[in-house]
Write a protein that binds this ligand. Structure first.
Ligand code: FAD
Ligand code: FES
Length: 279
């Protein structure tokens, strides 16, 4: 069992959680993820590390309540335990001094962008972060990003309730057009990563994306997470989650993400009927 040692509600549907998992914490790197089961009969759900401490023996992650398991997890409190945590999984984000990089975090993808931006800055890069959300309430980790040694933090919301009004692709386009970045990394919903990669490509800026296909075992055995990259089949869990955004078949990714949508809705509706909270 893995004890919950930290919980913070960041917005109506977004939570930060810390779990005691010393062996996982010792090996975690930016861009990697783990698979959790809330109970011994629960489904396996992947989450990316947003932070960790090898000394403290804990890992942190940020999740959005989107369906049955994340709904159930949102009711776990400090002192409760989840059944298992397996990781770290996936290849860490490649971190080296590449020069000037834009790290784009959209929605809950900001949680993944945070350790990446920190590692890129620590490696000597000039890092500009573009932090995006649908509205101010859904904007997460702004203060944490502000505390990093960034070149600039650009905040964007769809409705203009915080920062610039619009989509994250607008500042990305400006940075690329002005020749102010050599690389980009985009983490967020598939549709956002698709347009970030396309915008970067128009300006000949390489763009890495962190993919989130449906995963089951996380070890390359089940094939659930297969994605097409440059015409080749890759497994998100062992070949990724980071891939060359120019080469990803995003249409296929998005259609595969929707395969179980009816079952997922039914499972959440069933769980919600027996749940005292209101979503
Ligand atoms: C490598 C990776 C890292 C991720 N990191 C985070 C994170 O840090 N924070 C976060 O909020 N979410 C993250 N996700 C997505 C998270 O795993 C899903 O939100 C979660 O599994 C939803 O489960 P549910 O039962 O609550 O919702 P459901 O109703 O079952 O599903 C809602 C949606 O979540 C996605 N999903 C469902 N099951 C899985 C699965 N087994 N694997 C992947 N996606 C699934 C699908 O797009 C689905 O339509 C990550 C996914 C991957 C693959
Ligand atoms: S999740 Fe099974 S092969 Fe990747």
């Amino acid at each position: 069992m893995f004890e919950i040692v930290h919980k913070r509600q960041l917005s109506e549907a977004v939570f930060e959680m810390g779990v005691r998992a010393p062996r996982v914490a010792r090996k975690a790197r930016a861009g990697q993820f783990f698979i959790m089961r809330t109970t011994d009969r629960g489904e396996r759900v992947p989450f990316t590390f947003s932070d960790w401490s090898a000394e403290g023996g804990w890992i942190r992650f940020i999740f959005m309540r989107v369906g049955k398991t994340t709904h159930e997890l949102s009711h776990f409190e400090v002192g409760d335990s989840v059944a298992d945590v397996v990781g770290p999984l996936g290849i860490p984000t490649h971190v080296e001094d590449v020069g000037r990089i834009a790290v784009i975090g959209g929605g809950v993808g900001a949680a993944v962008a945070y350790p990446v931006a920190r590692a890129m800055a620590d490696a000597g890069n000039e890092v500009t972060v573009v932090l995006g959300a649908r509205n101010e309430d859904l904007l997460i980790l702004r203060e944490e990003f502000e505390a990093l040694p960034l070149k600039e933090l650009l905040v964007v919301t769809d409705d203009g309730s915080a920062g610039e009004k619009g989509l994250v692709t607008a500042p990305l386009k400006r940075l690329a057009e002005a020749g102010e970045i050599d690389h980009a990394m985009a983490i967020g919903p598939a549709i956002m990563m698709k347009f970030c990669a396309a915008t970067a490509k128009e300006h000949d800026v390489p763009c890495v994306v962190s993919l989130n296909p449906i995963m089951v075992d996380g070890t390359g055995m089940c094939g659930a997470c297969r994605v097409s990259v440059g015409g080749e089949t890759k497994f998100g869990c062992v070949d990724g989650p980071d891939f060359d955004g120019w080469e990803v078949d995003f249409e296929e990714l998005m259609s595969r993400q929707r395969v179980y949508v009816d079952d997922e809705r039914a499972a959440d509706a069933d769980y919600s009927r027996g749940c005292s909270c209101h979503q």
